[in-house]
Structure formats: structure tokens, C-alpha cells
Design a protein around this ligand. Structure first.
Ligand code: BES
Ligand code: MG
Ligand code: ZN
Length: 490
């Protein structure tokens, strides 16, 4: 990935040779118009943009020849009033389009410093490339962006955006890495490396420690693989912090389904099943790097789900460290098994809020598609996340945990089953119900369960379709921005 320098200027700049200039276009009463821009576009006064194929639909892009060897990129702004997230998407789309230019100037109609900051974020996010495995690397030429805006953000805000995008890109790198190169041990090593110098403590629990700590879920999922499981714990504890946020992430470095084996097509893409763990780990590190005044503990539950002679059998019963027993009826519902350990450990600390992030169910994709995160939870968990996602601009939708679905987890022999085989009813919600059983109480007698939010990112964690906005193909790094927002709001 070429390094990208971003500069913000609050005035027009002269057009120069070989530079691409981005401006927005809109339709006003069926007439195509260039929207307010600090990009100098007088050369286009007499040009019929429509006849050249320009469209004002959101993110539609048209390249035009500008004066003095410059290039214009006219980008459709759609027909709604633009919010910050849309500015983020527009800037991202422009950067993806203009990778073959070294220098790009963006002049979108931002009215606030927040919108300008969104343009910067979108540009930085879209610049990500993953070339690790290409013997011939086709990297972008783009290495310098100027954002033109009348209201510009403070340098500290731009630095913060850069820190967050760096964290997102580290998540993307880990998720995109092939599963033969990224297994539990390596996951832990990479996290330790990223944590260096950030003022956090990192603990890695190996099989021996996991056994001593009775982390039954991680052990039972991990035992089918020759690559042993890990629990990675990152703690950021700034002096004077009044609130404690606990994060739990699903870190299945590859999900074959185990003995309840997935069919070939269903297994494809399952290297992304560790996205939740990578997300909470790098979110904690970003929060530490930003020196936010909140204590954060992240638990990454990392294992490889493989079928083998040592793998967990359907019908096996495991006992968690809090005494709960689970009959494993479906070894492909492994995410909830490892997450239960993380939720128990997090609950023991009685934090103010627990957020878990997991590519938990195919049902989340069925219900919400591939761009929206499913949110479930108890107490303030729901509202805190809805608000944070409103601020970060990430798509999130609150789902219920209907009481009657809990019965689908009843077991004849143990406290619960992990999944009712063959019954896909409310799959995402049943997953939520299972996790909820492992969220502790401040005081069990008073039934005041710890505030908790569960984010099922099975849809948006990876983009298998065409690139859009600031999201390219592959890992998206979704929800990290929202987690940072939550930390800010606490
Ligand atoms: N990692 C998958 C979730 C998943 C499935 C993501 C398909 C994307 C596409 C998870 O471990 C899983 O296999 N979930 C099962 C749960 C079921 C057995 C209750 C699923 O969704 O099919
Ligand atoms: Mg599975
Ligand atoms: Zn899985």
C-alpha cells in the first residue's frame, strides 16, 4: 500500500497537469448542475455533462478532460441531503476510481468541519489495498490528496481519524490473510506485536492455561485442530478512568463446521470468522492510542474449527467455568461456544458495558443483508450502540430477543444445547439468546444483568460483491469506528 498524504485547504487551488479534481453533480429540476465546489470548474460552463454520459445518481462517476492537462471526476450526489456518512462514501468511491493518479484534489460540498473530516476518513479508508499474496503487485499510484473545504477540522481530529483508519486496516490485513498463515498462535503473536508501545497489557492463554481456567468452549472447539486455541486479553487501564468497557470477539481462524461439516461452498470465505476478535483487539488498541479516559478489557476467543479424530462430537457435553453445561448438538455453532468463555470472563469484572462482536450466524445475512450489523442486547447496551453507530455512520439495526425462541435451546440432558439442528427459525436471534445466558449479573438476586450488546457482523464483515464507497473487496473492518465512538461516549 502506498502511503497517502492528506492535506486540507480552505480555498481554491490552480488546476495542474496530471492531477485529478473531484466535484459533485446534482439534478435540479431535471437539469444537471455542478454543486458548490472549491474546485475551479469554469472550463465546464458550456460543456453538456449529460451528453458525455454523466449521471447524478449517488456515487456514479464520470471522468472529463479539464484544462492544462488536468482531469475532472464528476461524482453524482444523488437526490437526498448528504450526511457525513454519505460524504465518507463519496470520497471513498472517488479515491478507488482515481488510483492511477498520483495527486487528487477533492472539492465536495461539505458545509461543516465534521463533513470535511468524513471526506478525509473516506479517502483514507478507500486507499487500503491487500497485495500480500500477489507476486506482481499492482499498487495504486495515488499518494497525495488535497481536500478543499471552507470549514476544516482541527489537526488533532485528522490525527485521530488516521489512528482509527490504521486500526481498521490492521483488522482488514488480519482477516484477509490466508488461514494457513493465520491460526490461533499467529493471531496472538500479531496482537502482541500491534500492542507494543500502546500502554496496554496483553495476556495470552495457551491450552494449559485455558484448561486451568476452565474455558470449556474455546477448548472444545479448538481440540479438533492440530493448531491449539488461544485466549488473548488486552487491557487498557488509564489512571482516573471511571467507566469500564469490556469487549469480547469471536476469533475462529477457520470455520469448517467441525464434524458437522459445512458443504464446500459454505466453507468458502470462512477465514473471515475471526473478524470479531480482530475488531475488538484493534479497537482496544485504538482507544489506548487515542488515550481515551475509559478502561477497556478485550477478550479474544481464538480457535480453529476443524473435523478430526480429536474433534468435539455432536452430543458431547461441556461444562463452563461458571458451572453451566452445554450439549453440543451442532459443532458448526462454534462461535457461541467460544464467545461464552469470553462473556463469562468479562462478566466476572462487572464492567459497565459488555460488547461482543462476532460473525455468528448466516441468519444475520438472511435477515439484514450484507451491509448491516445485527444488534441484540440487554439494558443500556442497545441504546448506547444505536447512538454510537449514528455518530460513526455505520449501518446497525436493533433486533429483538423474542422470549419464545429461548425454548429452541432446551436440552434433555444438559442445561442447554448450542443449536437445534435442522431448525433455522430466527437463527440470529437464537444465537443472541445463547450468548445472553452467559452475561453475568451485578447482583443475581436483583436480576440486574450487566448491560450488554451483541453485534452479529456475519453480513458486513467481508464484502464479496463489487466495491462500493470506501469499502473494497474482502475484509471491511466494520464496527471498529462504532466501538471507538462507544468508548468516547462512556
Ligand atoms: N461462522 C458461521 C456463521 C456464518 C455462516 C457466516 C454462513 C456467514 C455465512 C457460524 O459459525 C455458523 O456456522 N453458524 C451457523 C449456526 C447454526 C448452526 C445455528 C449458521 O449460521 O448456519
Ligand atoms: Mg460455524
Ligand atoms: Zn463460525
Amino acid at each position: 500500500m502506498t502511503k497517502l498524504n492528506i492535506e486540507v485547504v480552505n480555498k481554491s487551488v490552480p488546476l495542474s497537469n496530471g492531477v485529478a479534481y473531484v466535484f459533485g453533480i446534482v439534478s435540479v429540476k431535471d437539469k444537471m448542475q455542478i454543486s458548490d465546489s472549491l474546485v475551479e470548474t469554469s472550463a465546464l460552463a458550456k460543456v453538456d455533462l449529460k451528453a458525455l454520459g454523466a449521471k447524478t445518481s449517488f456515487e456514479h462517476m464520470t471522468r472529463l478532460q479539464g484544462p492544462d492537462g488536468s482531469i475532472y471526476l464528476a461524482i453524482g450526489l444523488g437526490d437526498e441531503e448528504l450526511n457525513d456518512e454519505q460524504f465518507r462514501q463519496l470520497a471513498g468511491a472517488a479515491v478507488r476510481n482515481l488510483g492511477d493518479f498520483e495527486k487528487v484534489v477533492i472539492g465536495l460540498p461539505t458545509n461543516t468541519s465534521g463533513a470535511c473530516l468524513a471526506v478525509i476518513e473516506g479517502a483514507l479508508l478507500a486507499h487500503y489495498e491487500f497485495n500480500e499474496y500477489k507476486s506482481v503487485k499492482k499498487t495504486r499510484k495515488l499518494n497525495e490528496i488535497r481536500v478543499l473545504a471552507r470549514e476544516v477540522p482541527l489537526p488533532a481530529q485528522i490525527d485521530e481519524a488516521k489512528t482509527v483508519v490504521e486500526a481498521i486496516n490492521l483488522v482488514r490485513d488480519m482477516v484477509n490473510t490466508a488461514p494457513n498463515d493465520l491460526y490461533p498462535e499467529i493471531f496472538a503473536t500479531l496482537m502482541q506485536k500491534s500492542a507494543r508501545g500502546k500502554g496496554v497489557t496483553v495476556e495470552v492463554w495457551d491450552e494449559k492455561r485455558l484448561t486451568a481456567e476452565k474455558c470449556a468452549g474455546i477448548l472444545s472447539v479448538g481440540k479438533g485442530s492440530v493448531r491449539p486455541p488461544r485466549l488473548v486479553k488486552i487491557e487498557y487501564k488509564p489512571r482516573g478512568a471511571k467507566k469500564h468497557l469490556a469487549l469480547v470477539g469471536k476469533g475462529i481462524t477457520f470455520d469448517t463446521g467441525g464434524l458437522t461439516l459445512k458443504p464446500g461452498l459454505g466453507m468458502l470465505g470462512m477465514k473471515y470468522d475471526m473478524t470479531g476478535a480482530a475488531t475488538v483487539g484493534h479497537a482496544a488498541l485504538a482507544i489506548a492510542a487515542l488515550k481515551l479516559n475509559v478502561r477497556v478489557t478485550a477478550y479474544m476467543c481464538v480457535a480453529e474449527n476443524m473435523p478430526s479424530g480429536t474433534a468435539t462430537r455432536p452430543s458431547d457435553i461441556i461444562k463452563y467455568r461458571n458451572g453451566k453445561t452445554v450439549e453440543i448438538t451442532n459443532t458448526d455453532a462454534e462461535g457461541r461456544l467460544v464467545m461464552a468463555d469470553g462473556l463469562i470472563l468479562a462478566s466476572e469484572q462487572k464492567p459497565d458495558l459488555i460488547i461482543d462482536v462476532a460473525t455468528l450466524t448466516g441468519g444475520a445475512r438472511v435477515a439484514l443483508g450484507v451491509r448491516t450489523t445485527g444488534l441484540m442486547g440487554v439494558g443500556a447496551g442497545i441504546n448506547t450502540l444505536v447512538e454510537a453507530a449514528n455518530n460513526s455512520g455505520e449501518a446497525l439495526w436493533a433486533m429483538p430477543l423474542p422470549k419464545e425462541l429461548r425454548a429452541l435451546l432446551n436440552s434433555e440432558t444438559a442445561d442447554m444445547v448450542n443449536s437445534k439442528l435442522g431448525d433455522p427459525t430466527g437463527s440470529m436471534l437464537v444465537g443472541g439468546h445463547f450468548l445472553k445466558e452467559f452475561v453475568g449479573y451485578h447482583d443475581r438476586e436483583k436480576q440486574n444483568q450487566i448491560d450488554w450488546a451483541h453485534l452479529d457482523i456475519a453480513g458486513p464483515a467481508s464484502n464479496d460483491g463489487a466495491p462500493f464507497g470506501y469499502t473494497g473487496k474482502g475484509a471491511s473492518g466494520v464496527m471498529l469506528r462504532t466501538l471507538v465512538q462507544v468508548a468516547k461516549s462512556l
